[in-house]
Write a protein that binds this ligand. Structure first.
Ligand code: NAD
Length: 498
């Protein structure tokens, strides 16, 4: 059995805890490796190495740090296929989708290549008599990231891409379900010229997360995962004096106005609801058609679209989506489907019981479609995170607007229409953090920022873009004068610019 060790101070660190997590190949259902879970002492070893490395790294001029980012980007491109195959083998998403996962992370690295420009401070000459004021952005020190299984390349790079470029050193605690790509990323980052200890990968479960949250040398924690854990990480980290951003779960809605181009909507919904087996925080698992005619037509077309979907192993180039990450997760999705039936929603297409010939032990589940979903249903109010699309009918624009706004999650939402004024009003009024207009998965580009509202994010800073630079740096403001001549009298009143 292959063991996946930690990556600390530029090399593999064999764990001693005797605790492991099984790493499956979701397409076959077989255990292909086991990942070591860290002890508190191993976490401390990584933090000490990171603290030591950070001093020299922070004083390396930003242009040199940017050159490492440029070389890392090139290595990502050179190793794209190998990384994508590794990612798919542990996650289950199809290889083209794994390449997208890596590419979206790579785009954050491209943004981080501009770090010299992004770190420039501000300067005011002559703010007072002979007084100049200037500010500088400085790194925090050692910072950490805790990431979910569903984007094992993109989300680590959202975090460490900006954190290391701004002069911090980083501890990455990736998901224990697909930990190999994060380790490869750290190895490639070293190959790109980063000093040992700047980027470390420490594996584990709750114990490793707690070790991060309580370690006094870790100054900031970025988390992405489910909402209850996000809230725990946010409150525990903040109580320990750390800067924390914690992104949580989602239940994104697609609003379909009667004038939308339904041919396009059906294609967009199919990819956004079923792509990656629905295991995306920006998936569109709820569709809200406005008016009976729109709803009836959409339902009919979705049924035939779903019939054309191909579910296959992750390295089948013809498959639209692959298995889900674990058998436990497949069972959870199936139990939500049953819950929907029990609550009185109409199960139009049932994906349970799907089996792929030759891969009967794989964690597959077919696409499901519900109609007549009501906002009070638990299967609507909670995140399913699987290939299940729920139709929630609305009679008016106003009613459609309330569903995403009133939902506990507020990650993403999309509206499909040809009416610019309606789209504009929707975008302005909806209580959700990221909005698509005829764009089903509105994940902002790397130089903008990513973040939801309500229970989809705890903390007040988004991921990547300029918000990422702010999260991983602290601002220092200097007020300077160079007096000459006679000694001035003491001033007992607060200085003003009067
Ligand atoms: P998860 O919450 O189970 O795990 C996330 C991380 O927390 C992992 O590293 C895991 O090891 C750790 N963890 C697990 N249990 C813990 C505990 N009890 N205490 C402390 N840490 C613990 O999430 P997941 O299943 O890996 O990922 C799917 C979830 O992530 C979904 O809810 C999805 O919506 C969400 N997600 C959100 C975003 C976003 O940006 N809002 C992006 C991607 C995924």
């Amino acid at each position: 059995m292959r063991d996946i060790p930690h990556f600390v101070n530029g090399q593999s660190l064999i764990g001693t805890s005797g605790r492991f997590g099984d790493v499956f190949n979701p397409s076959t259902g077989e255990i292909q490796a086991r990942v070591q879970f860290a002890t508190d002492a191993e976490m401390d070893l990584a933090v000490q190495a990171a603290a030591k490395a950070q001093i020299g790294w922070a004083s390396t001029n930003p242009q040199r740090r940017a050159r490492v980012m440029f070389d890392f980007k090139r290595l990502l491109e050179d190793n794209m296929t190998e990384l994508a195959e590794l990612l798919s083998s542990e996650h289950g998403k199809v290889i083209a989708d794994s390449k997208g996962d890596i590419q979206r992370g790579l785009e954050v690295i491209e943004f981080a290549c501009g770090i010299p420009h992004l770190l420039k401070g501000e300067y005011t000459e002559g703010a007072g008599p002979g007084i100049d004021v200037y500010s500088m952005r400085q790194p925090l020190g050692v910072v950490a990231g805790i990431t979910p299984f569903n984007f094992p390349a993109m989300i680590p790079m959202w975090m460490f891409g900006i954190a290391v470029a701004t002069g911090n050193s980083f501890i990455l605690k990736p998901s224990e379900r697909d930990p190999s790509v994060p380790v490869r990323l750290a190895e490639l980052f070293m190959e790109a010229g980063a000093p040992a200890g700047v980027l470390n990968v420490v594996h584990g479960d709750k114990a490793a997360v707690d070790a991060i949250l309580h370690h006094p040398l870790i100054k900031a924690v970025s988390f992405v995962g489910s909402s209850d854990i996000a809230q725990y990480v946010y409150s525990t980290g903040a109580a320990n004096g750390k800067r924390v951003q914690a992104m949580g779960g989602a239940k994104n809605h697609g609003i379909i106005l009667p004038d939308a181009d339904l041919d396009q909507v059906v294609k967009d919904l199919s990819g956004a609801a079923f792509g990656s087996a629905g295991e995306r925080c920006m998936a569109l698992p709820v569709v809200v058609p406005v008016g009976k005619k729109t709803a009836d037509e959409l339902r009919e077309r979705m049924v035939s679209e779903i019939q054309s979907l191909q579910v296959g192993v992750s390295n089948d180039p013809a498959a639209h989506y692959g298995p889900v990450v674990s058998s436990a997760h497949r069972d959870k999705i199936a139990s939500y489907i049953q819950m929907g039936v029990d609550e009185g929603a109409e199960l139009v297409v049932d994906g349970r019981g799907f089996s792929l010939q030759g891969f009967e032990k794989g964690f597959f589940i077919g696409p499901s479609l519900f109609d007549q979903v009501k906002p009070t249903m638990q299967s609507y109010r909670e995140e399913i995170f699987g290939p299940v699309l729920q139709i929630l009918r609305a009679e008016t624009f106003e009613e459609a607007l309330t569903y995403p706004s009133d939902h506990q999650y507020g990650n993403g939402v999309a509206i499909f229409t040809r009416n610019g004024r309606a789209a504009r009003e929707f975008a302005a009024r909806v209580d959700v953090g990221m909005v698509g207009i005829n764009v089903p998965i509105p994940v902002p580009v790397a130089y903008h920022t990513f973040g939801g509202w309500k229970r989809s994010a705890f903390g007040d800073t988004n991921q990547h873009g300029i918000e990422g630079v702010k999260f991983y740096t602290k601002i220092k403001t200097i007020t300077a004068r160079w007096p000459e001549g006679a000694v001035e009298d003491s001033a007992f009143v607060i200085p003003t610019m009067k």
